[in-house]
Design a protein around this ligand. Structure first.
Ligand SMILES: [Zn+2]
Ligand SMILES: [Zn+2]
Length: 353
C-alpha cells in the first residue's frame, strides 16, 4: 500500500487554524493592515489614512416626513478591503447606474479589447490610457449600431502578481432589427484597426491583438455581465501581489476614472435620452436602498442631517440591513411590503464584518 502523503493536501492555513486561536482574527483587518503598512512605508500617508478610517462613520439622511436611513461613509478605493469587495457601496453604485443606462436595450453588446503584456509592462500614464480608451470607443461607434457606451478599463485580469490591462466596452445595440450578430469581415477589420493603432502608439510589431465580441438578449445575462464588468478589480489582496513599481504606478493614476460613459449615455445626456424613450433614468438607482435618493415610504427626497460614528447608532431606532445600510422601522416595513418592481432583489454580499 502506498504511503499517504498528507502534505499535498491543499487548504487555506488561516481557515484551518482560526478555531484553534485564542483570539480569532478578521481577514479584512489583516488585509487592511497589510495595505496600509505598505502605503505608510512608501510615503502614501493620505491613502493609508483614508483606508484606515473608511467606514467609521455613517451619514444620516431624512426625508421631509422624518423617515430616516443611515449609509456608511466609505473611501471608494478598490485597494481598500471594504470598498474592494464585490457588493461594496462603490460597486453597487456603479452597477445600479449601469443597469439604468443599459438594461432597457433589446441587445447588449460587449467588446473586450486586449493589449499585449508589453503595454502593461510599459506602465502607460493617464493620458495614454485615455487615448487607448478613446480609440476603443471610436471603433465601437463606427462598427456597431449603438447610441452610446460604457467603457471600463480593467487593470488586472483574474491572475494575481502582474498587471493585465484590457478595455471593456458595454453598449446597447439598436436599429438592427433585433440582430446582434456582426459579420466576420467586420470583426476582422475591427481587430486590424485596433492592432494597427496599438502597434503605432507603443512602437510594437504585434501580428494581432485580439478583440472579443459577444452579445446577449437575455436580461439575466445582461445583469450578470454588467455586474461582472463593474466589479472591483485591483482589490487589496491583488494589489499586494504586484511588484512595488506597479503598485506605485497604480497609485499614480489617482484622479483617473476607469469607468466612463459616452455618446447619448454620457453623464450630461443619458437622462434626456432615456426620458425620450419613456424610461425612468434612475429607476434602478432608486430600487436599491443604498443608492436611493428618494424615501421608499413617501417618495420625498432624502436630505443630509448629520454624520455620526457607527458606534453611536441607536439599535432601538434602526434595523441594520447589511454592512452599509441601516433603516428605521417604517422604511423597513415599506421595503418588505413592496419588493422592487422588477422583481429582482439586489443580492449583495451581506457577510458581517
Ligand atoms: Zn474604503
Ligand atoms: Zn419618507
Amino acid at each position: 500500500m502506498p504511503d499517504l502523503d498528507t502534505t499535498t493536501e491543499v487548504s487555506d492555513p488561516y481557515l484551518d487554524i482560526q478555531g484553534k486561536l485564542e483570539t480569532p482574527f478578521d481577514i479584512n483587518e489583516l488585509e487592511k493592515d497589510h495595505v496600509s503598512q505598505w502605503l505608510v512605508r512608501n510615503d502614501y500617508e493620505g491613502e493609508s489614512l483614508r483606508i484606515n478610517y473608511c467606514g467609521a462613520k455613517v451619514i444620516s439622511l431624512k426625508c421631509l416626513n422624518g423617515h430616516q436611513k443611515l449609509v456608511r461613509t466609505t473611501c471608494h478605493k478598490e485597494i481598500c478591503p471594504r470598498c474592494g469587495k464585490k457588493g461594496s457601496l462603490a460597486h453597487r453604485k456603479r452597477h445600479m447606474r449601469a443597469l439604468d443606462r443599459l438594461l432597457w436595450s433589446p441587445i447588449l453588446g460587449y467588446v473586450i479589447f486586449t493589449l499585449p503584456r508589453h503595454v502593461s509592462d510599459l506602465l502607460p500614464d493617464k493620458k495614454q490610457l485615455s487615448d487607448i480608451e478613446k480609440k476603443a470607443i471610436k471603433v465601437v461607434q463606427e462598427n456597431f449600431s449603438s447610441p452610446g457606451c460604457m467603457v471600463r478599463t480593467h487593470l488586472m485580469g483574474e491572475d494575481s502578481g502582474h498587471l493585465h490591462i484590457h478595455i471593456n466596452v458595454l453598449f446597447p445595440i439598436t436599429n438592427t432589427g433585433g440582430r446582434g450578430k456582426v459579420p466576420k469581415d467586420v470583426l476582422s477589420d475591427v481587430r486590424q484597426q485596433w492592432t494597427q493603432y496599438i502597434n503605432q502608439k507603443f512602437n510594437l510589431k504585434e501580428k494581432v491583438m485580439n478583440i472579443f465580441y459577444k452579445f446577449t438578449t437575455e436580461e439575466m445575462q445582461m445583469r450578470h455581465r454588467i455586474r461582472y464588468v463593474t466589479r472591483p478589480v485591483v482589490t487589496a489582496k491583488k494589489f499586494m501581489t504586484l511588484p512595488d513599481s506597479e503598485k506605485k504606478w497604480y497609485l499614480s493614476l489617482k484622479g483617473w476614472h476607469n469607468t466612463r460613459w459616452y455618446g447619448k449615455l454620457a453623464n450630461c445626456k443619458y437622462k434626456e435620452f432615456l426620458k425620450e424613450k419613456g424610461l425612468d433614468p434612475t429607476a434602478r438607482l432608486e430600487e436599491d436602498i443604498a443608492t436611493a435618493r428618494k424615501c421608499p415610504v413617501c417618495r420625498e427626497r432624502y436630505r443630509f442631517v448629520e454624520s455620526i460614528n457607527v458606534e453611536e447608532i441607536n439599535d432601538n431606532q434602526f434595523i441594520r440591513l447589511d454592512n452599509n445600510i441601516w433603516v428605521d422601522f417604517e422604511i423597513f416595513a415599506a421595503m418588505k411590503a413592496q419588493p422592487p418592481p422588477s422583481g429582482f432583489q439586489p443580492l449583495w454580499v451581506t457577510k458581517d464584518d
